[in-house]
Design a binder for this molecule. Structure first.
Ligand code: ZN
Length: 312
């Protein structure tokens, strides 16, 4: 039992306009960081295209059709001020969602203990019928619902430590008591949601806002006090991590001051919880992280923890 690294070249085919922070080079930096000998034992898997039935567990058919209709034959189509489609975007988005589905299938089959999906576009800002914040499909939720519907699990958790609130994930799971959504984010910051008072229809959403300037100590204290007890109470049979790394102190899009060790600490805590409740099953998927060096180092630290726990 070990760790899967799931990605696909199509994820490089989603291109944003020049100067956009969510760029192809992010995945190239991650690929380079995971080339070393210490990562030789990763089970490297190509992501399948998510099927319509899998996507429709999170989004209505009309939304998926509208993305296809708005796909440009060349150049870009703007969906909002910072979310774009290019000719390759829908294939990339289907690979990104398909990667999480594949990760769920692999951990459920016991082929690997955990997985990291190195994919783009990210997903946690995509609402039920609205693309936004660089995101087209709710990758994490599509994976979580696949675990519930196709594998018969009763309880899943999605933990989101991207510096921005996962408003899309929250929107998609608001009424779903089976999915605990726990999220730390800087506040105030885009997209403006994520206050502690936002709890979901069943009290199964846990938002932990952090003030600008907060660092590892504040993150660990808040995570330990709010997120871990909620996870423990939910007793998830699978944990999906929305793995954004833009809370890093070098990230240009936000003002938290986390370091690689803080991400690794959070990951180890989640893995320990998954060991207790979920036979170690953790599927993580890339969200944000826009300083290429910080992103590469943080992902390496993240995958290192998954590999250490993968042998547990
Ligand atoms: Zn982010």
């Amino acid at each position: 039992m070990t760790t899967a690294l799931i990605t696909h070249p199509d994820c490089l085919g989603h291109v944003n306009p020049p100067g956009h922070p969510e760029r192809v080079e992010r995945l190239q930096a991650i690929a380079a960081a995971l080339e070393g000998e210490e990562f030789a034992y990763l089970v490297r898997v190509e992501a399948p295209l998510a099927e319509d039935t899998q996507i429709l567990r999170a989004h209505p058919a009309g939304y998926l059709a509208s993305l296809a209709e708005r796909l440009p034959e060349r150049s870009f189509a703007a969906l909002d001020a910072d979310t774009f489609l290019c000719p390759g975007s829908l294939a990339a988005a289907r690979r990104a969602a398909g990667a999480v589905v594949q990760g769920v299938d692999m951990v459920m089959a016991g082929e690997v203990r955990n997985a990291f999906c190195a994919v783009r576009p990210p997903g946690h800002h995509a609402e039920t019928e609205t693309p936004m914040g660089f995101c087209l499909l709710g990758n994490a939720v599509i994976g979580a619902r696949h675990a519930l519907e196709a594998h018969g699990l009763a309880r899943v958790a999605i933990v989101d430590f991207d510096v921005h609130h996962g408003n899309g994930t929250q929107d998609l799971v608001w009424n779903d008591a089976r999915i605990l959504f726990a999220s730390t984010q800087q506040m105030p910051l885009y997209p403006g949601t994520g206050a502690a008072s936002e709890r979901g229809a069943h009290g199964q959403i846990v938002n932990v806002p952090l003030p600008p300037g907060a660092g590892g100590a504040e993150f660990r204290a808040a995570f330990g006090a709010k997120v871990l007890p909620a996870l423990e109470a939910h007793a998830p049979e699978l944990v999906v991590i929305s793995a954004g790394f833009d809370a890093h102190h070098r990230d240009p899009l936000a003002n938290l001051n986390l370091r690689e060790a803080d991400f690794a600490w959070g990951r180890a805590e989640i893995c320990a919880l998954a060991d207790r409740h979920a036979a170690g099953r953790v599927v993580s998927t890339l969200e944000g992280g826009y300083d290429l060096g910080a992103l590469a180092a943080s992902v390496a630290a993240h995958v290192r923890v998954l590999m250490e726990r993968g042998h547990g």
